[in-house]
Design a protein around this ligand. Structure first.
Ligand code: MN
Length: 228
């Protein structure tokens, strides 16, 4: 079975409960569509767990990207570390949910720091899947339809982590988009804490970091799973 969830944002408990709920087997694959870190307390703890799992693949979200940039600079040199404190981008990251990520990174052993950074650096941005003959394009987000190339795999990385999808438009007749990034309540207020589907698009960020459910979908069966 192939599963997808998104926007864990440091919610380690919801993530662990979901792994138990879907009963992830060795032959299953779970895709996490980005934003592992920031907001919640345990993003770094989730990454350390992901590193040990062969069948869980996390795509990069805008928060993972930002954390990679910032933590990378912290590791460069003492000089860079001293400078970062007066950097506007750093201040913005800290205020935009980065604080718990930054603080828990500082508490890691050197070896763990390198492992976490290496993981963040190697996160892919998208994944095309064919399940039962149907195509699915998984990414943290997608750009507006007019900026989406005919082959979504050629989409610019920045648009795949920061884009603003047109949920009311069908992008592809033969490809279903699966994305996170936007809590589904912002797509339709009736979908608070629920997976949203429409226009060949499945939106799976149920807003776990904001006190809503963590949602997960089995792409083979369409079954939805929720952890409160
Ligand atoms: Mn995001």
């Amino acid at each position: 079975m192939i599963y997808a969830m998104s926007d864990l944002h440091g919610c380690f408990e919801k993530y662990s409960k979901m792994l138990l709920m879907i009963d992830l087997k060795e032959n299953d694959t779970l895709y996490i569509l980005g934003d592992i870190v920031d907001r919640g307390a345990d993003g770094i703890k989730i990454i350390l767990d992901l590193i040990t799992r062969k069948n869980v693949i996390a795509l990069q979200g805008n928060h993972d990207y930002k954390a990679e940039l910032m933590l990378n600079r912290l590791m460069e040199s003492e000089e860079a570390t001293a400078k970062i404190k007066i950097d506007k981008q750093f201040a913005f990251w800290i205020s935009d949910g980065g604080l718990p990520t930054y603080e828990s990174f500082l508490r890691l052993e050197q070896q763990e720091k390198l492992m976490v950074l290496n993981y963040l650096r190697k996160m892919p941005f998208s994944k095309m899947l064919i399940i039962d003959g149907k195509k699915y394009f998984l990414s943290h987000t997608v750009p507006e339809k007019e900026y989406m190339p005919e082959n979504p795999e050629q989409c610019r990385k920045k648009a795949l982590i920061l884009g603003e999808p047109d949920y009311e438009k069908i992008y592809f007749k033969d490809i279903t988009l699966v994305t996170g990034h936007t809590p589904t309540i912002l797509i339709d207020k009736h979908f608070q804490g629920k997976i949203w589907r429409g226009n060949n698009h499945i939106a799976i960020d149920c807003g776990a970091a904001f006190g809503n459910n963590l949602g997960c979908i089995c792409l083979d069966t369409g079954e939805e799973f929720y952890v409160e």
